[in-house]
Design a protein around this ligand. Sequence first.
Ligand SMILES: Cc1ncc(COP(=O)(O)O)c(C=O)c1O
Length: 393
Amino acid sequence: MIFPKATRVKNLPPYPFEVLGQRIKQLNANGPKPIIRMDVGSPDLPPPAVVIEKLAEVAARPDVHGYSTYRGAPVFRQALAKYYQNRFNVSLNPDKEILPLIGSKEGIVNLALATVNEGDIVLLPSLAYPAYIMSTMLAGADIHEMPITAENGYFPVFEDIPQDILKRAKLMWLSYPNNPTGAAVSFDKYEEAVRFCREHGILLGFDNPYPEIMYDGLKTAPSIMQVEGAMETAVEFTSLSKTYNMAGWRIGAMVGHAQIIDTLLLVKSNVDSGHFHAVYEAAAVALNETPQSWIDERNQRYEERRDKIIEALPNINLQLELHPAATLYIWAKVPNGDDIDYHNRTLEGARVSVTPGSFYGQDGKGYIRFSLGISDTDLDEALSRLREYWASQ
Ligand SMILES: Cc1ncc(COP(=O)(O)O)c(C=O)c1O
């Protein structure tokens, strides 16, 4: 029997990394050697040892196996409030201004369902994490893309948004340090975004999963909540996935505007039932007890990988587009402008998977994204395969 898809998902494209994962599985089943993945932004290294110890210790207790509360365990919310105070000098009320998420991706999608209607417009950057587009489609709203390119410093020109679009705009997505470009912007841009959204009554969804992955001696990128007035117009998505190498644990949070927190909780409490308590406790340890030296050493390793990839680019038919100061990514240009062709050729010819820029929108066409979440051994092998392949073309 064939069951038709609901109208709301009829035009929803499959998640690009799911499709790629299936293709790689097939190629691995038939091919000579396993494909090395430099596409997905998943850290290869483990979280701090104290975090795993805490998980095991709490999991061994008999009293932690029931449902948690829908707002999430206070121990996690209080730890996140302390982290925001220490890191950003931002005061958050752990009972009203913090909501744990099953990874920030879950919250991003549910925020659209909770706040936008058919006929509304969601403003999003022309290069963006795919969940902003997919959530808008699921909510039945319309998309208006704000170009972000090298020419405008990867930050939208808000004055270019037409007035009729602005009137219908309910939600804007921004994310810095940026995936996929690796671009970071100065604090006055954060202020500009808050000012603009307040002026036009737009909810600002600021996605901030990479504030601690910084290079060249830079420390912690800002939180949007540091901007005066942000609490009245913005929510920020934070995540332990990349900061503490906990992507598989699925824990993040939305912080900020208290009424939006309540609205998202209304949806979430009807959809999910939070986390296993041991995850909250271990995440609290990650947030409050990870030494800065652990973060610095991890970033040092990423920086070495970054430099190796950048050095290899001229030999693998790519040009560096932006020297990344942050994030897990390198954004490079394909000379003939065909990222899909480059991706297909390296995948099948070199057995290395890199991400086509088109995964992130039309302005990604002609670019390739590399992820640094790959072991040093795999990285050396992948670069040697890529060099050999492109030398033979
Ligand atoms: C910009 C951005 N936002 C959100 C996410 C989702 O992260 P999480 O693991 O917290 O769902 C990612 C993951 O790659 C990302 O790059």
